[in-house]
Write a protein that binds this ligand. Structure first.
Ligand code: NAP
Length: 248
């Protein structure tokens, strides 16, 4: 059964990692996919070709989600090229870790801009269309760090906790128009990025997780599939931890 047949999804930051996993899962389930990236032109083109070969319409756009005007222009272009937007996944995110003592102001601002302001920018940009459709599902990629905090990640944790507050407020504001808004809080998800870390350290993290493994982009994508589709028609304003039990 295809869960997203004929739907159009926007996914920010899908040239690699979790966003790419979501794009692949959505295309497999029949969704047309418009995705953004920051600088990875080649991997974005490769993903665009891969998704198009799956029989859906897909296109990658180089667009900075942290820039209000670029977000609006991107959504306008998607509306012109795809006709509508049914699902928005605010996935683009960065880290600039440091102890507070050593964290420069620009690293705080940058992380807030890319991880949190982007959520405002993109949600504002799709809101009118979803209101007109009287339907929509918005999913914001938070993190277990936004729920619990983490030493050395005050900027990142603040941005991800902010995304949760934003999610709940939007769910309250737009629920009466059948627009749902939920957050996902992934734990330790193994991507190309984590592949560069020390194997012993990573194994230590895996051992401390109740399910005894790191998550995969597909694990997060499956949670997105649930929250994007009608399977979750009565779910809004929630934070779904996808963390192998890490926070339990
Ligand atoms: P990733 O591999 O670093 O990929 C980040 C993606 O975001 C890339 O496609 C990147 O494009 C794009 N991007 C970065 N800045 C952008 C901007 N300003 N505008 C548009 N796109 C931008 O990250 P990930 O590990 O898949 O994480 C995805 C999301 O899940 C993030 O929000 C992250 O905070 C969250 N998360 C991840 C984990 C984890 O363990 N991996 C855990 C909890 C939460 P380029 O390729 O062009 O740079």
């Amino acid at each position: 059964m295809k869960l997203l047949e004929g739907k159009t999804a926007i996914i920010t930051g899908a040239s690699r990692g979790i966003g790419k996993g979501i794009a692949e899962a959505f295309a497999k389930h029949g969704a047309n996919v418009a995705f953004t990236y920051s600088s990875s032109v080649e991997s974005a083109k490769a993903l665009e070709d891969e998704l198009n070969s799956m029989g859906v319409r897909a296109k990658g756009y180089q667009s900075d989600a942290a820039d209000f005007n670029q977000a609006q222009e991107f959504v306008d272009t998607v509306l012109a090229e795809f006709g509508t937007v049914d699902i928005l996944i605010n996935n683009a995110g960065i880290t600039k870790d440091n102890l507070l003592m050593r964290m420069p102001e620009e690293d705080f601002d940058k992380v807030i801009d890319v991880n949190l302001k982007s959520v405002f920018n993109m949600t504002k940009a799709v809101q009118k269309t979803m209101l007109k459709n009287r339907a929509g599902s918005i999913i914001n990629m938070s993190s277990v760090v936004g729920v619990k905090g983490n030493a050395g990640q005050a900027n990142y944790a603040a941005s991800k906790a902010g995304a949760i507050g934003f999610t709940k407020s939007v769910a309250l504001e737009l629920g009466s128009r059948n627009i749902r808004c939920n957050a996902i809080a992934p734990g330790f998800i193994e991507t190309e990025m984590t592949g560069k870390l020390n194997e012993e350290v990573v194994q230590g993290w895996r051992d401390s997780i109740p399910l005894k493994r790191g998550g995969t982009p597909e694990d997060v994508a499956n949670a997105c599939l649930f929250l994007a589709s009608d399977l979750s028609a009565y779910v809004t304003g929630q934070v779904l931890n996808v963390d192998g039990g890490m926070l339990t």
